[in-house]
Design a protein around this ligand. Structure first.
Ligand SMILES: Nc1ncnc2c1ncn2[C@@H]1O[C@H](COP(=O)(O)OP(=O)(O)O)[C@@H](O)[C@H]1O
Ligand SMILES: [Mg+2]
Length: 314
């Protein structure tokens, strides 16, 4: 559905917001675009939607070029912008139905789908409240419904769960999965790693405009050498404990110390941590399986510090 090859966008002033990006998204697939603020995520979406012109490289939407064919790009893409949708003077129901009609949906079908989306995201109680009286979360969910009511074949969602409460976030992830199940290609932009881990098929991590890694959440987790992480909270005022030889590269952030541990060292690690807690060197500890967040932190920190490369397998 979407093919991006060697895409580079340099803004006036010389900032390289996208740097030699290549990726693709297929129908029925949710691609998670993950990266820090300023990594270049929104810039990529704007180029796909035909709103920003690439500096070099190629973009193909269904084989067509959004640069020379912006009307086609707009017809085939549904976008939820990162900026909040202006809803002054309209209710969620009106805004969603208007979008559905603009995108060519039949009146009856749009009305029904609007009701279903409002119910599925549990915001029906605000369906007829004017936009200026709505919370940020309800406005964000309304914007999602506007993109999803009569979706194009490529749906791009730019940080759709900002300001949304945890329960409704999950309802939204389900709607994102349903869009893919209906055959849409979906790009979900987020800086929330847990969100990406639970709701996407493949992930591209952007760092300073470059794609530093692409893979399924499981493939990304498999890139780390150890299966477990031992997390210590050091006692304030005391030096952190010296790590034993049988752990991997240690990361220290304030009072938090994280050590990669192999599964066969589990008992040893727990015994060591219990000893430290008994001696008062640490206040608490936790042992947990490697999460995508560990991988992500390793990857993106790795471009500036040596920790990332050390944590990742060659
Ligand atoms: N219109 C613009 N002109 C100049 N620089 C821009 C413009 N839009 C974004 N940038 C810069 O490009 C970089 C990438 O921005 P953006 O694509 O919005 O990142 P993200 O969505 O990942 O946070 C940032 O450094 C941002 O300041
Ligand atoms: Mg952005």
């Amino acid at each position: 559905m979407l093919h991006v090859e060697h895409l580079t966008k340099i803004y006036r002033g010389g900032l390289r917001a996208n740097d030699d990006l290549s990726l693709e998204v297929r129908p029925g697939e949710v691609l998670g675009l993950l990266g820090h603020n300023g990594a270049g995520k929104t810039t990529l979406l704007n180029q796909v939607a035909g709103l920003v012109r690439p500096t070099s490289g190629t973009l193909r939407l269904d084989g067509r070029d959004p640069v020379t064919d912006p009307a086609y790009a707009r017809a085939v893409c549904s976008v939820q912008l990162q900026a909040q949708a202006p809803l002054a003077g309209v209710t969620p129901r009106q805004a969603i139905e208007i979008l559905g009609r603009i995108r060519g949906g039949k009146r009856q079908r749009v009305r029904q789908r609007t009701g279903e989306l409002l119910a599925a995201l549990d915001i029906a109680e605000w369906a007829d409240v004017p936009g200026e009286r709505l919370s940020g979360g309800v406005r964000r969910l309304t914007a999602f419904c506007m993109a999803a009511v009569e979706p194009g074949r490529l749906v791009m969602l730019d940080e759709p769960t900002n300001d949304v409460d945890p329960v409704r976030r999950r309802l939204l992830w389900q709607q994102v999965r349903d869009l893919a199940a209906d055959g849409c290609a979906v790009i979900l932009v987020t800086h929330n790693v847990a969100e990406a881990e639970r709701s996407v098929d493949r992930i591209v991590v952007l760092d300073h405009g470059r794609a530093v890694v692409t893979g399924t959440p499981a493939e990304l987790r498999n890139r780390v050498t150890a299966d477990l992480r031992l997390e210590l909270t050091c006692t304030p005022g005391l030096p952190p404990p010296a790590p034993p030889a049988w752990v991997g590269t240690v990361t220290v952030t304030g009072r938090r110390m994280v050590l990669p541990v192999d599964t066969d060292q589990t008992e040893r690690a727990v015994a060591w941590a219990l000893g430290l807690r008994g001696a008062g060197t640490i206040t608490e500890f936790a042992l947990h399986p490697v999460s995508l967040e560990d991988v992500y932190v390793g990857l993106t920190a790795g471009t500036e510090k040596e920790t990332g490369d050390a944590i990742l397998a060659a």
